[in-house]
Design a protein around this ligand. Structure first.
Ligand SMILES: NC(=O)C1=CN([C@@H]2O[C@H](COP(=O)(O)OP(=O)(O)OC[C@H]3O[C@@H](n4cnc5c(N)ncnc54)[C@H](OP(=O)(O)O)[C@@H]3O)[C@@H](O)[C@H]2O)C=CC1
Ligand SMILES: CC(=O)C(=O)O
Ligand SMILES: [Mg+2]
Length: 759
């Protein structure tokens, strides 16, 4: 069994590897316009670029029209208070700022430059930031120590005409306020009746306590500490913002203050709250230990000291992650979309209420309907939403944009209904769509057998799967080979405890397996000798037998070899009257949103009947991702203009779907460009039933579908999920040799989620 020290060392190395490989850092810059021809060059740069410059020179607001400014945030730090690591300098803060940049992008589609500045003087730093206004739509100040951060933010807000938001202050305060109001609601306490003790009176601490006061906590009920002890009015080292909290008696100790206190708010440093002090707090206290990366007290220690406590940390590996990531991507999104000049108090309060209400709104009924697989319901372990909650973007950005328009800081008025719809659509443009599947996988303890258990990608997937879905991997392979590869990869999972092995060369179940296989196939030419040989050598057949015998819930194979070879054994062992492979569906997650392609592998040449079945299965599977299918039947023929084989098959399938009254949108036959380009399609056939871009492309043979899939995967920078084997009740999936660990993990998550929602 791996020790805690081993695990910590492996985790540390994994974090460093994440930053170093395959290329250093977490970001790159990509062009959004073509740059392929001399004409592109002439437009993008001299002479064409001058036209855009001239327009902006004449009208400054045109900068958001002709440049990326309107979607660009500057994350600025001088590295003086980096997480809880202290003043480690601007350069060492760069990983945090790059991290924020990718969160802005992934969660809210905002572009971001991280700017680390060697400037300790707050006024000089503010001056520098102000001079960056031409570049950015908004500024996120980050990890600048108190009290300097107050000066920098004040000067920037006064002088700049774009939103400036110090996230450690206001982002943290918003999330703390949301979590605290929900915790108080559960505890049946009112803000005006509670007593609060704060450790850390820096940027985050002062902003959070200011927000608690706005919620109704009396000033006198807040006792605040920093490194030099309690804040009291005899201290001469405090800035005005800290002085506003200096109401305690000189000499008050943390132990004295905590006696009977209802809420502890830690925004200081690691391990600073001793467990014995927690024991003296009011019954079932609220403990927010938010120092990063190590909290003031670990949740298990706090829970042991005060059973029934409601506990939050800033980390993602415990319940209740109170972290400003729940706020900053979305508040900036809302502010930029209405070209707000500022992020004012009303926008911040709208954000508090939106975050808090999201956690409260998650009732069991809604879980089943809209957030399949989510078991999180409002309670002590779910005070605030999770960062990957797809509702955050539409809900918070909308609330912020509305508040900006209502309070007159918005320079642009927008239709809020249309805005909500566009935000919802954005969520599904990213790999966040897989989150839903992972959440569903986490609800079910599935055993998944990997036929090629010796493959290093599979071994790495097993480790990732244990961490991400909690499912149990079974690897078919030789134990010594698997162990050597585990060691080589530095992975710590252990046989029997974390995963199981089936050794084809020597397994006690061998007799049971070959006899099962023989009985199952004795009338299809499989003799006992052949069954013995197959159960010794064919890992796909072994995995299928395990699923058939109920020893595994699902199997994954195909990391090498031919798809149809694997399919033969899957089908032989697992197909029944009800279960038969209908088609293979590939999902590629692209910049423009998800795109599904079928049938990439099963029906080499479709008939009208198999094609109609493929379309119906595809629609069912696409809905499982929370996406409404818009299916295009793609052919060389277009709305009956060519009498070719694929056109005839498509038209036949269309007729069958019409007769079956299919409850989803489908149309055909058409070229692939017409499927993806609504304008072109509407010119060709104005009465067609599709609206917008089709999200499922179905072809008449596997050559065409396979080619479309491979082009998307290789040339369009898409992340593939699948292929998903449809029709087999989620009992088997066959990947292809190019699969990556991330791809395998995605398929494992699909395989490990509830079969009843999957056919
Ligand atoms: N979960 C979240 O979303 C967020 C968490 N944080 C965390 O909060 C902490 C503070 O960040 P920030 O406010 O930006 O930093 P600052 O440097 O502005 O403030 C740090 C505060 O903690 C106090 N402090 C440090 N060590 C001790 C100690 N041993 N005993 C008592 N007080 C101490 C400092 O006191 P003094 O002034 O005397 O040095 C200061 O008041 C960090 O750990 C950070 O990671 C911050 C933002 C968001
Ligand atoms: C989360 C964050 O901003 C911090 O710890 O500084
Ligand atoms: Mg920070």
């Amino acid at each position: 069994m791996a020790t805690n020290t081993d695990n910590a060392a492996a985790e540390r190395q994994a974090a460093l590897d994440y930053h170093e490989f395959p290329r250093p850092g977490k970001l790159e810059i990509r062009p959004t316009k073509p740059m392929a021809t001399g004409r592109d060059l002439a437009r993008a740069y001299s002479p064409g670029v001058a036209e855009a410059c001239t327009e902006i020179a004449a009208n400054g607001l045109d900068a958001v029209r002709y440049t990326a400014k309107g979607n660009l945030v500057g994350v600025v730090s001088n590295g003086t208070a980096v997480l809880g690591l202290g003043n480690i300098g601007a350069q060492a803060s760069k990983p945090v700022m790059e991290g924020k940049a990718i969160l802005f992008k992934k969660f809210a589609g905002l572009d971001c430059f991280d700017i680390e500045v060697n400037e300790a003087d707050p006024e000089a730093l503010a001056d520098l930031v102000c001079r960056l206004e031409p570049t950015f739509g908004a500024i996120n100040l980050e990890d600048i120590k108190a009290p300097d951060c107050f000066t920098v933010e004040r000067i920037c807000r006064e002088r700049m005409n774009i939103p400036v938001f110090h996230d450690d202050q206001h982002g943290t305060a918003i999330v703390v306020a949301a979590a605290a109001s929900n915790a108080l609601r559960l505890a049946g306490k009112r803000p005006k009746d509670i007593r609060v003790v704060g450790l850390g009176a820096g940027a985050a601490g002062i902003a959070c306590h200011t927000m608690l006061r706005k919620m109704g906590v009396p000033s006198a009920a807040i006792t605040l500490f920093d490194k030099d002890g309690v804040l009291h009015d005899g201290r001469t080292d405090l800035c005005p913002e800290q002085m506003a909290f200096a109401s305690a008696r000189k000499g008050t100790t943390l132990a004295e203050a905590l006696k009977g206190a209802d809420l502890f708010l830690g925004l200081s440093g690691p391990g600073l709250l001793p467990a014995d002090l927690v024991r003296s707090m009011a019954p079932k206290p609220i403990i927010f230990a938010l120092a990063n990366p190590v909290p003031e007290i670990m949740p298990d220690a706090a829970q042991a000291a005060a059973p029934g406590a409601m506990i939050a940390t800033g980390r993602s590996d415990f319940p209740n992650q109170v972290n400003n990531v729940l706020c900053f991507p979305f508040i900036f999104r809302g502010a930029l979309d209405v070209a707000a000049r500022d992020i004012n108090d009303e926008m911040k309060l709208a954000c508090v209420e939106a975050v808090a209400a999201l956690a409260r709104a998650t009732t069991s009924a809604e879980v089943g309907e809209a957030y399949q697989g989510e078991q999180l319901t409002f309670g002590p372990d779910y005070l605030i939403p999770k960062p990957f909650d797809p509702r955050l973007l539409p809900t918070i950005a909308l609330a912020v944009a509305r508040a900006a328009m209502q309070t007159g800081v918005a320079q642009k008025q927008i239709d809020l209904d249309e805005y909500r719809q566009s935000l919802e659509a954005q969520v599904f443009k990213s790999s966040l769509i897989m989150r839903r599947v992972f959440d569903a996988a986490r609800q079910k303890d599935a055993r998944i057998v990997f036929a090629e258990g010796e493959d290093e990608r599979v071994i790495r997937t097993a480790q990732a799967m244990i961490e991400e879905t909690g499912d149990f991997p079974i690897l078919v392979g030789r134990p010594d080979v698997i162990q050597t590869r585990l060691d080589r990869a530095g992975l710590k999972i252990r046989t029997d405890q974390d995963f199981a092995i089936v050794n084809p060369e020597n397994d006690p179940r061998y007799n049971d397996y070959w006899q099962f296989y023989h009985h199952h196939l004795e009338r299809r030419g499989v003799t006992p000798d052949l069954a013995r040989a197959i159960m010794r050598t064919n890992s796909t057949a072994i995995a299928a037998v395990m699923v058939a015998r109920g020893e595994a819930d699902s199997m994954i194979c195909g990391t090498f070899g031919q798809y149809l070879w694997h399919l033969k054994y899957v089908q032989q062992v697992l197909a029944t009257q009800q279960l038969k492979p209908t088609a293979a569906l590939s999902l590629t997650i692209l910049e423009n949103g998800p795109l599904f392609v079928a049938d990439t592998h099963i029906n080499t040449e479709q008939t009208a009947e198999t094609l109609a079945d493929t379309v119906i299965s595809a629609a069912r599977h696409v809905r499982r991702f929370g996406i409404e299918p818009k299916i295009a039947l793609c052919s060389g023929s277009q709305f009956g203009n060519r009498d070719c084989a694929s056109g005839r098959v498509m038209r036949g399938a269309l007729e069958r779907l019409n007769i079956a009254n299919a409850d989803f949108v489908y149309e055909g036959e058409m070229h692939t460009d017409a499927a993806l380009d609504p304008e072109l399609r509407n010119r060709l056939f104005p009465g067609n039933r599709l609206t917008g871009r089709a999200n499922v492309l179905v072809y008449a043979n596997t050559d065409a579908a396979g080619a479309a899939r491979n082009l998307l995967k290789c040339e369009a920078g898409g992340l593939e999920v699948g292929p998903i084997l449809m029709g087999m009740g989620n009992k088997a999936h066959i990947v292809t040799p190019g699969v990556t660990v991330r791809g395998l993990l995605n398929v494992a998550a699909l395989a490990g989620s509830d079969v009843s929602s999957y056919g």
